[in-house]
Design a protein around this ligand. Sequence first.
Ligand SMILES: C[S@@+](CC[C@H](N)C(=O)[O-])C[C@H]1O[C@@H](n2cnc3c(N)ncnc32)[C@H](O)[C@@H]1O
Length: 401
Amino acid sequence: MLASIAKAVYGSGVIGTDASSWPLVATCSRGLEEVLGNELRALDVESVAPGRGMVGFSGDLSSVYNANLRLRTAMRVLIPLARGAVQSREDLYQLSSSVSWPELMTSDQSLVVEVAGRHRTFRNLNFAAQVVKDAVVDKIRAKDGRRPSVDRENPDIRLHLHVSERGITSLSLDSTGEPLSHRGYRPRGGPAPLSETLAAGILLLAGYDGSEPLLDPMCGTGTFAVEASLIATQTPPGLHRQFAFENWLSHRQTLLEEVTREARRGHRDAPQPIVARDRDQRAVRATQRNLKAAWMDRFVTTEVSDALDLTLPWESGGMIVANPPYGKRIGDVKRLGRFYRGFGDRLKQHATGATAWVLCGESQLAKQIGLRTSRRIQLFNGPIECRLMRFDLWEGEKERN
Ligand SMILES: C[S@@+](CC[C@H](N)C(=O)[O-])C[C@H]1O[C@@H](n2cnc3c(N)ncnc32)[C@H](O)[C@@H]1O
């Protein structure tokens, strides 16, 4: 496929169509670029370059498969096809026409164009998608007299267009399909669930690798518990889902099987306890269901318990990770203030030696915890700007902000 892409973008004369390494992009939510960069370095790909909401790298077809299967914090893996300044419909049509589409797809195949970003000319992003689709269809029809169809549900080829206010526009081939946060083990939805990629990113930012015990005292649907057990057992997060690249004509199933076998090779039992608690019985049941669906239930203990009665399930030390309710989604800021203060007190008195990481989307509430932060990291939970705060719960930690 990469050879066809090289030909499609540059023509056979400019870059060898047998190019073994190709510029690629993994997208992520803002704040996770460095951690995604580290994940990519561990995959042994080349030229890892974190940007804003993305990390550039280069690799071959097995890198594309590997990245989709193994990355915990990426949303999509894209193969850039064309990039340029676009101010009008005509500019976008020209840019889209610069790709030699017949190298990438036939008229028997279907496509979809997904658009992200903002652009003055394309306030209606569907219009931008339409222009790209027209360019693709015109080029393929000119070659074999027939046009490919559009299929929004299960297209053979997914194109991803990113537009920016300044007009810089990139058109990429999407190798992922449903974003990588959809691990495939649970239906979407539920009250205020944390995205899987953000939960994994928080754990990796916290340095979690399974070698110390972990407690989530407010587990909700269990996103931290599932992601922690996937990390601790060294299980690739993408094992239970499909990817857009599987619909490519030149998809190599044997290569995917080889890459999957290799990715599974590191699997082990979780070396340390993982405990998920919530005061709501229904939340604990949802966590159990999700753990089971992800084949991770035997590595996690679940309990109904109030965080205001928190004690460590082990003697001392370990890691606590929490996503308490915050005003913008559940409950309201005033009422929750007292809860945050009580939780901070409980951490201070009953979690000695542990390191706590708390994600909070409301700065007024974050202050109520009343413990000194040793690190603050800005993250985004969807559109909500959040702070991830680290508290080192040393013996005698009394200091308030
Ligand atoms: C924002 S949700 C957590 C979402 C979770 N991270 C997920 O991915 O689904 C907050 C959770 O805190 C729980 N909670 C609220 N007050 C609590 C308390 N005092 N003790 C334990 N859990 C509590 C709620 O039941 C809810 O499930």
